[in-house]
Design a protein around this ligand. Structure first.
Ligand SMILES: [Zn+2]
Length: 271
């Protein structure tokens, strides 16, 4: 495979250089733990330090484990908090590792985001199945979906339109926190707030960016207020538990991650 450097000494041979540049890129080395990743996924991993497989629930084993745990724990997006997500993700990863031990599959611990996204998709599917009274799975049996649709009451109003013939509304999920917006019908306490997510941040702001969900409690409220004392308190707490602790025994939860992301955005906006 020909190689090219940015400072090719032979400036006269531009055509040759272009020919080298347009030849297909070489196949990456056959590293065992990376063989399931495409080249773009490897690039993402190198740039961010995140294995894209940690962000998705993809294989059958991963999916059925997720569905079993959703069933047993009666997970519903509107009743999950960031702390609960951290706990159930740790349990999920431990069970997944148990299932994969002894197989050839790589054990990639999931990021909570993978479970949050999957729950949002499953809930939309559940509501859709209930509203269309169609519980069939790809194999034709109804057992699987009847079981999983019945375990958590998600949205009575969405599933049962008040007037016969009334068009069934599409399930609405918050684009920021992935919560089903109106699980309990009009006026229900469990509904997503109109102006803000569970961490007090406005989901969409035309005049400013919306920091990632979930921000630590107390910094933002009602989608309209920012509390500098809570912000500084969180900043100091995070500094003490991470930097001052020399990285030992640190459990960086989702709120700290989202908060660190907010700091990074503010930093780059100012610099
Ligand atoms: Zn939200």
């Amino acid at each position: 495979m020909p190689t090219v450097t940015r400072q090719d000494p032979s400036e006269s041979s531009t055509n040759e250089r272009v020919n080298v540049l347009i030849t297909p890129l070489p196949i990456p080395p056959p590293v065992d733990e990376l063989k399931a990743l495409t080249r773009s996924k490897r690039l993402f991993r190198a740039c961010t330090g995140i294995d894209v497989r940690a962000l998705r629930i993809e294989t059958d084993i991963e999916y059925y484990l997720f569905m079993d745990m959703r069933y047993e724990g009666r997970w519903a997006s509107f009743s999950m908090t960031s702390c609960k997500w951290v706990t159930v993700t740790a349990e999920y990863n431990a069970k997944l590792a148990e299932k994969l031990t002894g197989t050839e599959a790589n054990i990639i611990p999931k990021n909570p985001r993978a479970l949050i996204d999957k729950l949002g998709k499953v809930e939309a599917l559940v509501i859709d199945k209930i509203s269309h009274n169609d519980y069939s799975s790809s194999r034709g049996s109804e057992t699987f979906w009847r079981k999983h649709c019945a375990v958590v009451s998600l949205s009575k109003s969405e599933a049962e339109p008040s007037n016969p013939g009334e068009k069934k509304r599409k399930v609405q999920t918050c684009g920021r926190c992935r919560q089903v917006k109106y699980p309990g019908g009009v006026g229900s306490k469990g509904n997503h707030k109109k102006q803000y997510c569970s961490d007090g941040v406005k989901p969409k702001d035309g005049t400013d960016f919306s920091p990632e969900w979930p921000q630590p409690p107390g910094i933002f409220t009602s989608g309209a207020h920012f509390h500098p004392v809570a912000f500084l308190t969180t900043l100091r707490e995070m500094y003490e538990t991470t930097v001052m602790n020399d990285g030992r025994d640190v459990v960086v939860d989702m709120e700290y991650l989202a908060f660190a992301n907010l700091l990074a955005v503010v930093y780059f906006q100012r610099s």
